[in-house]
Design a protein around this ligand. Sequence first.
Ligand code: SF4
Ligand code: SF4
Ligand code: SF4
Length: 339
Amino acid sequence: MTITRRNFLATAAAGGTAAAAACATLAPSGAQARESHQVPENAVGLLYDATLCIGCKACMSACKEANSLPLEDNIGEKLWDTPLELSGKTYNVIKIYQSGTMENKDKAENGFAHIKRSCLHCADPSCVSACPVSAMQKRPTDGVVTYNKDACIGCRYCVAACPFGVPQFQYDTPTPQIAKCQLCKHRMEQGKYAACAESCPTGATIFGSYKALSEEIERRRAMKPGEPNLFPRRTPDSGDTHEKAAPEYVDYVYGQKDAGGTQVRYLSGVAFDKLALPMGLPERSYAADSETLQHTLYGGMILPVVALAGLVTAAWKGSKDHHDDDDFDMFDHPEGGHK
Ligand code: SF4
Ligand code: SF4
Ligand code: SF4
C-alpha cells in the first residue's frame, strides 16, 4: 500500500479521535474545574444609582481630565465633548433610555433613565483570562483591573472576551493602546479616588470599599419608596448627604452576580435590559469556564496525548503496511520513496 499525505493525516486523525474518546472516558470529571474567583477581601469599587443621576455628565468631564483623554466631537459642532459610546478616547459615558413622552424619570413607560458605562472591574475578568501577555491584570489587593500598555501586543483578545463590551482599541493612532477605566488607580496612588465619584453632584456615582458599597446597596433597597432618605455624595461615609424621596428600585443589583460578579454595581428604577447592560449572563464567570477547559485539555495532557496517539497510530500503520506491501511512499514522494 502507498501512504499518501492524505491517508497519513486521515489515519493520524482517526487515531487521535480514538485516543481523545479514551482520554475523555478516563479523565476524572471536574478534576481540573476551577470556580469563579471572588472579589478580594479589600476590594474597592463604584456604586452607580441611576435614580440619582441627572445626566449632567460631570463624571464624563472629570474622567477625561483625570485620564488626559481628548475631546470627542460626534455632532460636528467642535465645541463639546460628545461621545456617544465608550471609545478609544472615552472611558466613561452616560447614556439615556427614552420611552414615549419621557415625562417620568426612572420609569419604563413614557419615561427616561440614565446609565453609566465604564469598566465593571469583574471579580474574575474575561479580559485578564484572555490576554496572552498579562497586559490585563487584576490586582490581588483591591481587585482593580489594570492595563499595561508596554506589555500589550495589540491582539485585542480582551476586546473580544469582555462580556460588557468595555475595552476599546485605539484605531486612529500610530501607537494604539486599549482604552478602559482603571478605576483611577493613578489617583489612588496620590491618596485620591475615582474622579467620576468625586465630581458627581448628586451621589449617583460613589466610590468605596466593596463591603461599604454592599451595605449602602442593602440600605437603599430596604427604603420605603416615597419616604425621605439621605444619600451620600462621593463616598458612603463622606458625611456629605442630601435628602431625597426613596425611589422604587427594580429588584435587581446589576453586577452582584452577573458573569461572576463585578466591583462596579448598579441600582435602577428601570429594568437593566433597557439600559444597555447585557442581561442573562451566567453567575459563573466565563474565565472559570475557559480556564477549566484549557486545564482539562492541557493540564490533563489530553491534547498532547491525542496528537501523539494519532501520530503513533499513523506511523505504526505505515510501518505495518510497509512491511506488508514493501511499498512505502511517504507523502507521495516523487521518486517513489524508500524501497
Ligand atoms: S456626574 Fe453624577 S449625576 Fe452627573 S451624569 Fe455623572 S453620574 Fe449622573
Ligand atoms: S468589564 Fe470587561 S474590561 Fe472590565 S474587567 Fe470585566 S472583562 Fe475586563
Ligand atoms: S474611575 Fe476614573 S477612569 Fe474609571 S470611569 Fe471613573 S473617572 Fe473614569
